[in-house]
Design a protein around this ligand. Structure first.
Ligand code: BES
Ligand code: MN
Ligand code: MN
Length: 462
């Protein structure tokens, strides 16, 4: 891929941005998170936003930018995040996570940038800043634009809700545009029409008041790790249905027609298995792999610890055992209700001889969007033009809790125009994002503005 002078500069700027370790989960990186916010502030100014402000929160700052060229035109609000996931386990990275490098891979013969945040979401968010620059270089903007770029997405967007509630006028817009999801393949663009909700829990099982010699006490007292494993096992039955009473009560299953339409989206189970090195898929009875990872709720242990995990062997009955457990939710499950149902049920599973504590971390609602909106149609036309292939709608399995919150607070729909691939390894070691995808995004985004304006004008004139 031969890069133009501008493209080389965009790539260089993106790689500079990736050098900032803006890990929102780890407070020892707070000053880097601040540096990343200032980097975004500066990038928005350079791209042509006339109003740019950093809003401190009790957590990490929110960067806001705007360019209102004509108040009679529609306004696009771009949302993204500059924070990243922790990079560990570090030893599995082939090059250091905050020293971005371009490498060629089978899927990315033109090269991909390897770094934490390369795709999620620094790379995808930065495409929008560069797209603004490109649009302004080519004439007047088809729509007004606003940016809201946050630094706490990866830890639950805890302070964004208040910001949105208190700044409705500032955020006033006609459509929200987000690149923080993926597409099916390089030659099959797709537009994400749904996101799952989330309920994130942490549990602690406490037995004896200290770690004990497992010979002197073993067999006569509860072992908190054994108990925790049994309790976790009881959360799902042999068909992988979640056993929490009431868990499925509000679940809306798409209609038969909707499910048939979804099955038409290209997918390849053999490739899916191969790409993650497994020899068999597993999941809830009665649903396909694609359905299991989009329209069905799940319960997964994300981490489990306790006892002795150091080198060699230590014969011990631990005093405590811990686990982090999260549930992906679908419409119309209510994450606070699910957290409550989980807590009650989990505690009820505790045998005598242990104490159980359950804590709710954060959560969010699921989201679905229709495809007959101006925003969806504009995105459809934009992808169709730049890829030469019509994009297909696809429900996603991940969560962006802010999206349903935008709809509730601002009454505005979000268009999830992602350019990533499942193979980008977001949240994993060796995260990367293709140059093809990055530059295709910068090419497609201005088309969205153009078509959104055109469709909006046609609608106004009828
Ligand atoms: N960008 C992801 C979400 C995503 C990725 C959605 C790919 C669909 C396809 C986002 O940064 C993320 O990781 N969200 C978290 C939730 C958050 C509350 C921590 C997630 O889905 O685990
Ligand atoms: Mn993201
Ligand atoms: Mn993420």
């Amino acid at each position: 891929m031969k890069l133009s002078t501008d493209q080389k500069r965009f790539l260089q700027e993106w790689m500079d941005f990736l050098k900032i370790p803006s890990i929102s989960a780890d407070s020892s990186y707070n000053s880097d998170v601040q540096v990343a916010a200032e980097w975004v502030e500066n990038a928005l100014k350079k791209a042509g936003c006339t109003t740019v402000e950093i809003f401190p929160t009790k957590g990490h700052p929110i960067v806001y930018g705007a360019l209102i060229t004509d108040s009679t035109l529609p306004t696009v609000l771009v949302y993204g995040h500059y924070d990243v996931q922790p990079p560990d386990p570090l030893e599995l990275w082939e090059s250091p996570p905050f020293e971005p490098v371009v490498k060629e891979t089978e899927l990315h013969p033109e090269g991909a940038v390897f770094a934490r945040g390369a795709c999620d979401d620094k790379g995808q968010m930065f495409m929008h800043i560069k797209a603004l620059e490109v649009m302004l270089a080519n004439g007047p903007l088809p729509c007004n634009v606003k940016f809201m770029i946050e630094g706490e997405e990866e830890v639950g967007s805890n302070h964004l809700e208040d910001f949105v509630k208190n700044n409705k006028e500032k955020l006033d817009c006609d459509i929200i545009l987000i690149s923080d999801t993926g597409m099916i393949a390089q030659d099959q663009p797709s537009i994400t029409t749904g996101l799952r909700g989330l309920s994130y829990m942490e549990v602690k099982v406490t037995g004896p008041n200290r770690d004990l010699h497992s010979g002197l006490y073993g067999g006569a007292v509860q072992n908190p790790i054994n108990v925790l494993c049994e309790m976790i096992a009881a959360l799902r039955d042999e068909n992988k249905k979640i056993t929490i009473p009431g868990f499925y009560d509000r679940v809306i299953l798409p209609t038969k027609d909707e499910r048939e339409a979804m099955e038409k989206a290209p997918s390849n189970e053999e490739l899916f298995k191969k790409s993650i090195g497994i020899d068999a898929v597993a999941g809830e009875e009665g649903f396909s792999t694609e359905e299991r990872r989009s329209i069905r709720p799940t319960l997964d242990v994300n981490g489990i610890w306790g006892g002795y995990t150091g080198e060699g062997a230590k014969t011990v009955i631990p005093s405590q055992a811990h686990a982090k457990i999260s549930m992906r939710l679908v419409p119309d499950q209510d994450w606070e209700e699910i957290s409550h149902l989980f807590t009650t049920y989990f505690k009820s599973l505790a045998p005598e001889g242990v104490q159980v504590e359950v804590q709710t971390h954060h959560g969010g609602y699921a989201y679905v969007t229709p495809i007959d909106t101006l925003g969806y149609q504009a995105a459809h036309k934009a992808y169709a033009e730049t890829f030469g292939i019509a994009p297909v709608p696809k429900r996603g399995g991940g969560s962006i809790p802010i999206v349903p919150m935008f709809e509730k607070e601002l009454g505005v729909k979000s268009i999830l125009m992602g350019f990533g691939l499942d193979s980008d390894a977001i949240h994993s070691p060796n995260e990367h994002y293709g140059l093809f995808n990055f530059f295709k995004g910068i090419e497609t985004i201005p088309k969205f503005y153009q078509y959104y304006r055109e469709l909006w004008e046609n609608k106004e004139s009828v």
